[in-house]
Design a protein around this ligand. Structure first.
Ligand SMILES: [Zn+2]
Ligand SMILES: [Zn+2]
Length: 270
């Protein structure tokens, strides 16, 4: 009863209510910067509060963003590119029909500060780093062009046991951050069928065997993928892309569920 009365009063003065919440928000933000001045997300050096940056200039300088010319299929920049197709030799050798993943869009090169940022995010459990890492993904030269055509961000899934041990899923955090900024929904369409050994310790053949049939598409998400994935892009999200095997298997599972055009967004390509 009391709540209903309060709601009625607020409805009578919507303008005042908005002004009050706005000024409270401003007051909170101002006192937050006064008591907790902004620091670099990585090295904790003080930041200029007006610039709204998350990393200090010295840390930002150590991130090598992907810039043209890069391979149109895998985003590699330090390779010879075919003048006509703009593809690297590896991607030219691959058959387009057999690869379910159309493109890998990596925001940066896996060097200098990027491996350390990712390690701190994942193994140091610093979830707030999803914010500057999502910035790196969004700085890919084509992110802005592709974003309006994306139907959903699909995180590359972690096995639930590993997620339980770490406390969070890094790909899911990155996808949520991208979603918050673009308005494109996160759809957790994939799950791991079984526990796999960490990929980093295996070679290419072992990776394939280790992951064989590892991903399943959630039955409830199939209708969405079929409907939305017909004309729009389905964007897988992961922190790092090494050989691309994991992403390819995820893309295959999404294709089986009806999606047509699948790309991968990641922070870095090794
Ligand atoms: Zn810094
Ligand atoms: Zn390539």
């Amino acid at each position: 009863m009391k709540q209903a009365a309060a709601r009625r009063i607020f409805r009578l003065f919507p303008g005042y209510w908005n002004d009050l919440t706005l000024s409270l928000k401003e007051l909170w933000e101002a006192s937050a910067t006064l008591f907790f001045p902004p620091v670099c997300y990585y090295c904790k050096a003080p930041l200029d509060s007006r610039a709204g940056k998350k990393l200090c200039p010295s840390c930002s300088e150590k991130i090598v963003l992907t810039e043209a010319p890069y391979c149109l299929r895998c985003s590699k920049t330090d390779v010879f590119l075919d003048e006509e197709t703009l593809l690297c030799p590896d991607c030219r050798a691959k058959s387009r029909e057999r690869d379910p993943l159309s493109r890998v869009l990596a925001g940066s090169r896996y060097e200098a500060l990027v491996p350390q940022l990712i390690a701190k995010f994942k193994y140091g459990r610093c979830r707030y780093l999803a914010d500057p890492l999502a910035d790196i993904i969004m700085k890919h030269p084509e992110f802005g062009v592709l974003a309006p055509h994306i139907a959903a961000f699909v995180p590359v899934p972690m096995h639930w046991a590993r997620k339980l041990a770490r406390g969070f899923d890094q790909a899911e955090d990155l996808a949520r951050e991208l979603s918050r900024r673009t308005g494109v929904p996160v759809v957790e369409a994939l799950k791991r069928a079984r526990y796999n050994k960490p990929q980093a310790s295996l070679n290419m053949k072992e990776r394939m065997r280790n992951l064989g049939g590892a991903f399943l598409c959630d039955k409830k998400k199939r209708a969405f993928l079929k409907r939305q994935g017909r004309d729009k892009l389905i964007a897988l999200v992961d922190d790092v892309c090494t050989t691309g095997t994991t992403a390819e298997l995820c893309a295959r599972a999404l294709k089986r569920a009806g999606a047509r055009n699948i790309v991968l967004f990641c922070v870095a390509k090794t």
